[in-house]
Write a protein that binds this ligand. Structure first.
Ligand SMILES: Cc1ncc(COP(=O)(O)O)c(C=O)c1O
Length: 388
């Protein structure tokens, strides 16, 4: 079946009430048929729910859908996208292990790799997203994970996953891809060799900015290993959030088509605008990785970045002049959102680190929503004029 059908028709077993739409199982635990049933669930790990920190029908339904959409084998849900990333690295690595990661990363992921993991002697070498030789040269005997975020937040840099996958050669390296910006509708990293795919479900998967959540899908042997870490450390998703997210997946394909169409219109309208230094969008001919974008992605995604003339002060004036779009740090919402990464999501990086990944003082990240794009274009045109 096609992804759109799977996202709608994958559903938990109906209860005795014969409901059409899946109900919410707001229960922390489940009852056992007998003492022997409880023993078998705990000791032999026979199929069945015990406790919602471990599993729950709503979590399982969401995982089943995402596994199919991402062409994965198994998955786990988390309380946030960061919890999913942390569990993936902490669940697989030991003191002394090493990660090779693209420098273009979401701010909190960068901080996790630079400030938190070194406390346990897990180190990271950062490479420029498109510099193949740097990826190859950074791999050490103790390297265990190759970490790629593509497209990256907020620089929209792309990583050639097929190439990075080829670096594994015969080694047990795990290619972990943050697919948050693309979603499985736009790109399926497992098709290019990824072993694990992580999402902040907070973004396009939710689609309406209601929940914080994360999901990790991929090879079942790796998911089984991470499951041990996740179950004992407890970053679980609420059944209510999983229920909402599973409903959201029913419209993900439709939404992504519109997000991408709107983003394309916005990017092509503003490219070459006299008040902008640059417009960046993966499918624009001017994007440095456009050929790769067309190979690896089915559409260009729902994010566009602008660099306004006049640096930080102009960027702040532009943001304050916008009337329709929301000033927020989230993305992937029905509502268009504008963010100034240098002073918000990426403010913990140094200026030098930001410039290396293309975040200038004038950079503005736009998460293009589902409004009539003519209204958003008019809003930004007006704000560019007023902020001169
Ligand atoms: C690419 C990317 N990965 C991970 C995260 C973290 O997700 P969460 O905020 O759900 O923890 C974000 C959040 O903005 C993100 O943009």
């Amino acid at each position: 079946m096609q992804k759109q059908t799977l996202a709608i028709r994958t559903q938990m077993k109906r209860s005795a009430y014969r409901e059409h739409s899946a109900p919410i199982f707001m229960t922390s635990s489940f009852v056992f048929d007998s003492a022997e049933h409880a023993r078998a669930l705990f000791v032999e790990e026979v199929d069945g729910d015990i406790y919602t920190r471990y599993s729950n029908p709503n979590l399982t339904e969401l995982i089943d859908k995402m596994v199919q959409l991402e062409n994965a084998e198994a998955g786990l849900t988390f309380s946030s996208g960061m919890a999913a990333i942390y569990a993936a690295v902490a669940g697989l690595l030991r003191a002394g292990d090493h990660i090779v990661a693209s420098r273009s990363l979401f701010g909190a992921t960068y901080k996790l790799l630079t400030d938190i993991l070194p406390r346990w002697h897990i180190t990271t070498t950062f490479v420029d997203a498109d510099q193949h030789e740097q990826w190859r040269a950074a791999i050490q005997p103790n390297t265990k994970i190759l970490f790629a975020e593509t497209p990256s937040n907020p620089g929209l840099d792309l990583i050639d996953l097929e190439y990075v996958n080829s670096l594994k050669e015969n080694r047990e390296l795990v290619l972990l891809v943050d697919n948050c910006f693309a979603t499985p509708i736009v790109q399926t990293p497992i098709d290019w060799g990824a072993d694990l795919v992580t999402h902040s479900t907070t973004k396009f998967i939710d689609g309406q900015g209601r929940t914080i959540g994360g999901i990790l899908v991929g090879r079942s042997d790796l998911i089984d290993e991470i499951k041990i870490f996740a179950r004992q450390t407890g970053p679980c998703m609420s059944p209510f959030d999983a229920w909402l997210l599973s409903k959201s997946l029913e419209t993900l394909a439709l939404r992504m088509e519109k997000h991408c169409a709107n983003a394309w219109e916005l990017a092509t309208h503003f490219e070459g605008h006299p008040e902008l230094v640059q417009v960046k969008y993966p499918f624009l001919a001017s994007h440095p990785h456009v050929a790769l974008a067309k190979k690896q992605m089915r559409m260009g995604g729902g994010l566009v970045t602008f660099e306004v003339k006049g640096g930080r002060d102009r960027a702040m004036r532009f943001i304050d002049a916008v009337e329709l779009a929301s000033i927020s740090s989230n993305l992937g919402d029905t509502r268009t959102i504008i963010t100034h990464p240098a002073t918000t999501t990426h403010s913990k990086m140094t200026e030098e680190e930001r410039l290396r990944v293309g975040i200038t003082p004038g950079s503005i990240r736009i998460s293009v929503g589902l409004e009539d794009i003519a209204d958003v274009i008019q809003d930004f045109d007006m704000a560019l004029q007023r902020s001169k």
